[in-house]
Design a protein around this ligand. Structure first.
Ligand code: NAP
Length: 333
Protein backbone atom coordinates (compact mmCIF):
# COMPACT_ATOMS: atom_id res chain seq x y z
CA UNK A 1 0.00 0.00 0.00
CA UNK A 2 1.28 3.44 -0.91
CA UNK A 3 1.90 5.99 1.86
CA UNK A 4 -0.89 8.61 1.57
CA UNK A 5 0.68 12.06 1.73
CA UNK A 6 -0.78 15.54 2.21
CA UNK A 7 1.30 18.57 1.17
CA UNK A 8 0.88 22.02 2.72
CA UNK A 9 2.25 24.78 0.50
CA UNK A 10 2.33 24.07 -3.22
CA UNK A 11 4.68 26.80 -4.42
CA UNK A 12 8.00 26.19 -6.09
CA UNK A 13 9.50 23.42 -3.98
CA UNK A 14 6.13 21.91 -3.00
CA UNK A 15 5.35 21.34 -6.68
CA UNK A 16 8.83 19.95 -7.29
CA UNK A 17 8.35 17.44 -4.46
CA UNK A 18 4.95 16.49 -5.93
CA UNK A 19 6.66 15.84 -9.29
CA UNK A 20 9.26 13.71 -7.51
CA UNK A 21 6.68 11.74 -5.52
CA UNK A 22 4.35 11.16 -8.46
CA UNK A 23 6.76 10.58 -11.36
CA UNK A 24 10.13 9.51 -9.93
CA UNK A 25 9.65 7.58 -6.70
CA UNK A 26 7.54 4.57 -5.75
CA UNK A 27 5.66 3.87 -2.53
CA UNK A 28 3.74 7.10 -2.02
CA UNK A 29 0.66 8.90 -3.35
CA UNK A 30 -0.11 12.58 -2.88
CA UNK A 31 -3.78 12.48 -1.85
CA UNK A 32 -4.21 15.98 -0.41
CA UNK A 33 -2.91 19.51 -0.86
CA UNK A 34 -3.49 22.87 0.81
CA UNK A 35 -2.19 26.38 0.22
CA UNK A 36 -3.23 29.89 1.27
CA UNK A 37 -3.36 30.52 -2.46
CA UNK A 38 -6.59 28.52 -2.93
CA UNK A 39 -6.65 28.80 -6.72
CA UNK A 40 -3.12 27.44 -6.97
CA UNK A 41 -3.99 24.58 -4.61
CA UNK A 42 -7.07 23.69 -6.70
CA UNK A 43 -5.02 23.65 -9.91
CA UNK A 44 -2.27 21.48 -8.42
CA UNK A 45 -4.81 19.12 -6.82
CA UNK A 46 -6.71 18.72 -10.09
CA UNK A 47 -3.47 17.90 -11.91
CA UNK A 48 -2.76 14.88 -9.71
CA UNK A 49 -6.26 13.83 -8.67
CA UNK A 50 -5.77 14.90 -5.05
CA UNK A 51 -8.28 16.51 -2.67
CA UNK A 52 -7.86 20.20 -1.88
CA UNK A 53 -8.22 21.29 1.76
CA UNK A 54 -9.05 24.86 2.81
CA UNK A 55 -6.47 24.89 5.61
CA UNK A 56 -3.33 23.04 6.58
CA UNK A 57 -4.96 22.09 9.87
CA UNK A 58 -7.90 20.42 8.03
CA UNK A 59 -5.45 18.50 5.82
CA UNK A 60 -3.50 17.25 8.86
CA UNK A 61 -6.71 16.12 10.57
CA UNK A 62 -8.06 14.30 7.49
CA UNK A 63 -8.27 10.54 8.03
CA UNK A 64 -7.08 9.83 4.47
CA UNK A 65 -3.75 11.61 5.16
CA UNK A 66 -1.13 9.33 6.74
CA UNK A 67 1.93 11.63 6.49
CA UNK A 68 2.50 15.33 5.89
CA UNK A 69 4.97 17.44 3.93
CA UNK A 70 5.30 21.11 4.94
CA UNK A 71 6.56 23.32 2.12
CA UNK A 72 4.72 26.51 2.97
CA UNK A 73 6.30 29.83 3.91
CA UNK A 74 8.92 29.50 6.71
CA UNK A 75 7.02 31.38 9.47
CA UNK A 76 4.14 28.87 9.18
CA UNK A 77 6.22 25.69 9.57
CA UNK A 78 6.17 25.27 13.36
CA UNK A 79 2.37 25.53 13.60
CA UNK A 80 1.88 22.74 11.06
CA UNK A 81 4.62 20.55 12.52
CA UNK A 82 3.08 20.90 15.98
CA UNK A 83 -0.36 19.98 14.60
CA UNK A 84 1.13 16.91 12.88
CA UNK A 85 2.79 15.79 16.12
CA UNK A 86 -0.50 16.30 17.98
CA UNK A 87 -2.18 14.08 15.35
CA UNK A 88 0.62 11.48 15.72
CA UNK A 89 1.48 11.67 11.99
CA UNK A 90 4.98 11.64 10.43
CA UNK A 91 5.89 15.05 9.02
CA UNK A 92 8.61 16.15 6.62
CA UNK A 93 9.34 19.87 6.98
CA UNK A 94 11.46 21.99 4.67
CA UNK A 95 13.86 24.30 6.47
CA UNK A 96 13.47 26.22 8.70
CA UNK A 97 11.82 24.14 11.42
CA UNK A 98 10.82 27.53 12.83
CA UNK A 99 12.12 31.07 12.55
CA UNK A 100 12.66 31.51 16.29
CA UNK A 101 14.56 29.38 18.77
CA UNK A 102 11.52 29.43 21.09
CA UNK A 103 9.24 27.94 18.40
CA UNK A 104 11.86 25.27 17.63
CA UNK A 105 11.97 24.41 21.33
CA UNK A 106 8.18 24.05 21.38
CA UNK A 107 8.52 21.43 18.63
CA UNK A 108 11.31 19.62 20.53
CA UNK A 109 9.16 19.58 23.69
CA UNK A 110 6.10 18.27 21.82
CA UNK A 111 8.03 15.53 20.05
CA UNK A 112 9.81 14.47 23.24
CA UNK A 113 6.40 14.31 24.99
CA UNK A 114 5.12 12.18 22.10
CA UNK A 115 8.01 9.81 22.86
CA UNK A 116 9.27 9.01 19.37
CA UNK A 117 10.53 10.86 16.31
CA UNK A 118 7.88 12.01 13.85
CA UNK A 119 9.69 15.00 12.33
CA UNK A 120 12.25 15.05 9.53
CA UNK A 121 13.94 18.27 8.39
CA UNK A 122 14.67 19.00 4.74
CA UNK A 123 18.47 19.15 4.94
CA UNK A 124 18.91 17.21 1.71
CA UNK A 125 22.71 17.40 1.63
CA UNK A 126 22.76 14.62 4.24
CA UNK A 127 21.43 12.36 1.45
CA UNK A 128 23.95 13.51 -1.19
CA UNK A 129 26.27 10.68 -2.24
CA UNK A 130 29.32 12.97 -2.26
CA UNK A 131 28.80 14.27 1.29
CA UNK A 132 28.05 10.71 2.45
CA UNK A 133 31.33 9.54 0.88
CA UNK A 134 33.13 12.41 2.61
CA UNK A 135 31.68 11.37 5.97
CA UNK A 136 32.60 7.72 5.34
CA UNK A 137 36.17 8.79 4.52
CA UNK A 138 36.41 10.73 7.76
CA UNK A 139 34.97 7.79 9.73
CA UNK A 140 37.50 5.40 8.18
CA UNK A 141 40.27 7.33 9.96
CA UNK A 142 42.40 7.67 6.84
CA UNK A 143 42.72 11.49 7.15
CA UNK A 144 42.92 11.48 10.95
CA UNK A 145 40.97 13.77 13.25
CA UNK A 146 39.29 16.71 11.45
CA UNK A 147 40.84 20.12 12.09
CA UNK A 148 39.14 22.41 9.56
CA UNK A 149 36.10 22.09 7.27
CA UNK A 150 35.95 24.65 4.47
CA UNK A 151 32.58 24.98 2.78
CA UNK A 152 31.80 27.11 -0.27
CA UNK A 153 28.24 27.96 -1.36
CA UNK A 154 28.09 29.94 -4.59
CA UNK A 155 24.92 31.16 -6.27
CA UNK A 156 24.87 32.89 -9.66
CA UNK A 157 22.44 35.58 -8.43
CA UNK A 158 19.77 36.38 -5.84
CA UNK A 159 16.62 38.53 -5.96
CA UNK A 160 16.77 42.21 -4.97
CA UNK A 161 15.10 41.69 -1.57
CA UNK A 162 17.88 39.33 -0.43
CA UNK A 163 19.89 40.60 2.57
CA UNK A 164 23.13 39.60 4.28
CA UNK A 165 20.98 37.98 6.98
CA UNK A 166 19.40 35.81 4.25
CA UNK A 167 22.89 34.65 3.33
CA UNK A 168 22.95 32.99 6.74
CA UNK A 169 19.34 31.97 7.30
CA UNK A 170 18.54 30.76 3.76
CA UNK A 171 21.92 29.90 2.21
CA UNK A 172 24.65 29.12 4.78
CA UNK A 173 22.10 27.23 6.90
CA UNK A 174 22.75 24.22 4.64
CA UNK A 175 26.53 24.48 5.16
CA UNK A 176 26.01 24.83 8.91
CA UNK A 177 23.99 21.61 8.98
CA UNK A 178 26.50 19.90 6.69
CA UNK A 179 29.37 20.81 9.03
CA UNK A 180 27.53 19.33 12.02
CA UNK A 181 26.66 16.20 10.00
CA UNK A 182 30.18 15.63 8.70
CA UNK A 183 32.08 16.41 11.88
CA UNK A 184 29.56 15.02 14.43
CA UNK A 185 30.23 18.19 16.38
CA UNK A 186 28.29 21.24 17.58
CA UNK A 187 29.15 24.92 17.02
CA UNK A 188 29.93 26.94 20.15
CA UNK A 189 30.56 30.37 18.58
CA UNK A 190 30.05 32.22 15.30
CA UNK A 191 31.66 35.23 13.65
CA UNK A 192 30.89 36.72 10.26
CA UNK A 193 33.19 38.86 8.10
CA UNK A 194 32.63 40.48 4.74
CA UNK A 195 35.30 41.63 2.30
CA UNK A 196 34.94 44.28 -0.41
CA UNK A 197 31.44 43.90 -1.91
CA UNK A 198 30.75 42.10 -5.17
CA UNK A 199 29.62 45.07 -7.32
CA UNK A 200 26.96 42.88 -8.97
CA UNK A 201 24.99 42.89 -5.70
CA UNK A 202 24.75 46.67 -5.23
CA UNK A 203 24.66 47.48 -1.50
CA UNK A 204 24.47 43.81 -0.47
CA UNK A 205 27.35 42.60 1.74
CA UNK A 206 28.43 39.73 -0.50
CA UNK A 207 30.38 37.48 -0.15
CA UNK A 208 30.25 36.59 3.53
CA UNK A 209 32.80 34.52 5.36
CA UNK A 210 31.34 32.78 8.40
CA UNK A 211 33.54 31.14 11.00
CA UNK A 212 32.17 28.51 13.36
CA UNK A 213 34.16 27.39 16.39
CA UNK A 214 33.19 23.78 17.07
CA UNK A 215 33.05 22.13 20.50
CA UNK A 216 35.99 19.81 19.60
CA UNK A 217 38.17 22.81 18.71
CA UNK A 218 37.80 22.22 14.95
CA UNK A 219 37.05 25.28 12.81
CA UNK A 220 34.50 25.62 10.02
CA UNK A 221 34.65 28.35 7.37
CA UNK A 222 31.66 29.02 5.14
CA UNK A 223 32.01 31.24 2.09
CA UNK A 224 28.65 32.37 0.75
CA UNK A 225 28.89 34.14 -2.60
CA UNK A 226 25.42 34.82 -3.90
CA UNK A 227 26.04 36.95 -7.00
CA UNK A 228 28.99 35.13 -8.49
CA UNK A 229 27.46 34.77 -11.97
CA UNK A 230 29.31 31.72 -13.29
CA UNK A 231 27.04 28.93 -11.90
CA UNK A 232 25.83 27.19 -8.72
CA UNK A 233 28.95 25.72 -7.20
CA UNK A 234 29.24 23.82 -3.92
CA UNK A 235 32.75 23.37 -2.54
CA UNK A 236 33.88 21.34 0.45
CA UNK A 237 37.12 20.15 1.97
CA UNK A 238 37.99 18.65 5.35
CA UNK A 239 41.56 19.06 6.50
CA UNK A 240 42.53 16.27 8.88
CA UNK A 241 45.66 15.44 10.87
CA UNK A 242 47.10 13.15 8.18
CA UNK A 243 45.18 13.95 4.99
CA UNK A 244 42.37 15.86 3.32
CA UNK A 245 39.09 14.87 1.71
CA UNK A 246 37.58 17.13 -0.93
CA UNK A 247 34.27 17.10 -2.82
CA UNK A 248 35.22 15.99 -6.33
CA UNK A 249 34.14 17.73 -9.52
CA UNK A 250 31.26 15.58 -10.75
CA UNK A 251 30.67 15.34 -14.45
CA UNK A 252 29.32 12.78 -16.91
CA UNK A 253 31.83 13.91 -19.52
CA UNK A 254 34.89 16.09 -19.82
CA UNK A 255 35.14 18.09 -23.05
CA UNK A 256 38.54 18.73 -24.60
CA UNK A 257 38.57 21.31 -27.39
CA UNK A 258 40.47 24.37 -28.50
CA UNK A 259 43.38 23.56 -26.20
CA UNK A 260 41.36 23.39 -22.95
CA UNK A 261 39.37 20.75 -21.11
CA UNK A 262 36.07 21.57 -19.41
CA UNK A 263 33.04 20.11 -17.68
CA UNK A 264 29.66 21.34 -16.56
CA UNK A 265 28.95 23.35 -13.38
CA UNK A 266 25.30 23.01 -12.22
CA UNK A 267 22.97 25.89 -13.03
CA UNK A 268 21.18 25.84 -9.68
CA UNK A 269 20.53 23.88 -6.47
CA UNK A 270 17.79 21.82 -8.10
CA UNK A 271 20.28 20.44 -10.62
CA UNK A 272 23.10 19.97 -8.09
CA UNK A 273 21.00 18.19 -5.47
CA UNK A 274 18.42 16.46 -7.68
CA UNK A 275 19.48 12.93 -6.75
CA UNK A 276 19.97 13.93 -3.09
CA UNK A 277 16.31 15.05 -2.99
CA UNK A 278 15.28 11.70 -4.55
CA UNK A 279 17.23 9.75 -1.91
CA UNK A 280 15.91 12.01 0.85
CA UNK A 281 12.30 11.23 -0.07
CA UNK A 282 12.95 7.54 -0.76
CA UNK A 283 14.31 7.18 2.78
CA UNK A 284 11.59 9.39 4.29
CA UNK A 285 8.82 7.34 2.63
CA UNK A 286 10.27 4.14 4.13
CA UNK A 287 10.57 5.72 7.58
CA UNK A 288 7.13 7.36 7.46
CA UNK A 289 5.53 4.09 6.36
CA UNK A 290 6.97 2.64 9.57
CA UNK A 291 5.39 5.57 11.46
CA UNK A 292 8.55 7.61 12.06
CA UNK A 293 11.35 9.66 10.52
CA UNK A 294 15.02 9.33 9.58
CA UNK A 295 18.02 11.60 9.02
CA UNK A 296 17.88 15.26 10.07
CA UNK A 297 15.65 15.75 13.09
CA UNK A 298 13.88 18.50 15.01
CA UNK A 299 17.10 18.80 17.01
CA UNK A 300 19.00 19.57 13.81
CA UNK A 301 16.34 22.14 12.89
CA UNK A 302 16.61 23.69 16.35
CA UNK A 303 20.43 23.93 16.20
CA UNK A 304 20.29 25.41 12.69
CA UNK A 305 17.93 28.17 13.86
CA UNK A 306 19.97 28.77 17.04
CA UNK A 307 23.15 29.16 14.97
CA UNK A 308 21.65 31.39 12.28
CA UNK A 309 19.90 33.56 14.88
CA UNK A 310 23.23 34.05 16.68
CA UNK A 311 24.90 34.61 13.29
CA UNK A 312 22.49 37.46 12.51
CA UNK A 313 23.57 38.98 15.84
CA UNK A 314 27.23 38.48 14.83
CA UNK A 315 26.65 40.32 11.52
CA UNK A 316 25.27 43.30 13.45
CA UNK A 317 27.92 43.29 16.21
CA UNK A 318 30.94 42.33 14.12
CA UNK A 319 31.99 40.25 17.13
CA UNK A 320 32.44 36.55 17.85
CA UNK A 321 29.12 35.55 19.40
CA UNK A 322 28.76 32.49 21.66
CA UNK A 323 26.04 30.02 20.65
CA UNK A 324 23.84 28.79 23.48
CA UNK A 325 22.22 25.37 23.00
CA UNK A 326 19.96 23.55 25.42
CA UNK A 327 20.86 20.00 26.45
CA UNK A 328 20.14 17.50 23.69
CA UNK A 329 17.14 15.31 24.66
CA UNK A 330 17.84 11.56 24.67
CA UNK A 331 15.33 11.14 21.81
CA UNK A 332 17.90 12.76 19.48
CA UNK A 333 21.00 10.93 20.78
P1 NAP B 1 7.07 29.53 -2.43
O1 NAP B 1 7.30 29.25 -3.88
O2 NAP B 1 6.75 30.89 -1.98
O3 NAP B 1 5.95 28.50 -1.95
C1 NAP B 1 5.37 28.53 -0.67
C2 NAP B 1 3.89 28.30 -0.85
O4 NAP B 1 3.28 28.22 0.44
C3 NAP B 1 3.20 29.45 -1.62
O5 NAP B 1 2.25 28.92 -2.50
C4 NAP B 1 2.55 30.23 -0.47
O6 NAP B 1 1.40 30.97 -0.91
C5 NAP B 1 2.16 29.08 0.44
N1 NAP B 1 1.85 29.49 1.81
C6 NAP B 1 2.27 30.58 2.51
N2 NAP B 1 1.72 30.57 3.75
C7 NAP B 1 0.96 29.45 3.84
C8 NAP B 1 0.14 28.90 4.85
N3 NAP B 1 -0.04 29.51 6.04
N4 NAP B 1 -0.49 27.71 4.61
C9 NAP B 1 -0.35 27.09 3.43
N5 NAP B 1 0.39 27.59 2.41
C10 NAP B 1 1.05 28.74 2.61
O7 NAP B 1 8.35 29.08 -1.57
P2 NAP B 1 9.35 27.88 -1.86
O8 NAP B 1 10.54 28.40 -2.55
O9 NAP B 1 8.60 26.73 -2.43
O10 NAP B 1 9.84 27.55 -0.37
C11 NAP B 1 9.00 26.90 0.55
C12 NAP B 1 9.85 26.45 1.75
O11 NAP B 1 10.82 25.52 1.29
C13 NAP B 1 10.60 27.60 2.42
O12 NAP B 1 10.57 27.41 3.81
C14 NAP B 1 12.02 27.44 1.89
O13 NAP B 1 13.00 27.87 2.82
C15 NAP B 1 12.12 25.94 1.69
N6 NAP B 1 13.08 25.60 0.61
C16 NAP B 1 14.06 24.69 0.86
C17 NAP B 1 14.98 24.38 -0.12
C18 NAP B 1 16.08 23.39 0.12
O14 NAP B 1 17.16 23.56 -0.41
N7 NAP B 1 15.86 22.35 0.89
C19 NAP B 1 14.91 24.99 -1.38
C20 NAP B 1 13.87 25.90 -1.61
C21 NAP B 1 12.96 26.19 -0.62
P3 NAP B 1 1.62 32.53 -1.35
O15 NAP B 1 2.59 32.50 -2.48
O16 NAP B 1 0.25 32.98 -1.71
O17 NAP B 1 2.18 33.22 -0.14
Amino acid sequence: MNLKIGIIGVGMIGQDHIRRLTTVLAGASVVAVSDVNGAQAETVAAGIGARCYATGEALIAASEVEAIIVTSWGPTHATYVLAAIAAGKPVFCEKPLAETVEDCEAVLDAEVRHGKRLVQLGFMRRFDSQYRAMKETLRSGIIGAPLIFQSGHRNPSVPGYYTANNALTDTAVHDIDTARFLLDDEPVAISVKSPRKNSRGGALADPLLTLLDMRSGALVTIETSVNIAYAYDIRGEIIGETGVVTLAERNDVVVKANGVFSGRVPADWKERFSTAFDTEFREWIAAARAGGATGPSSWDGYVATAVTTTGVKAIASGAREPIKLRERPALYA
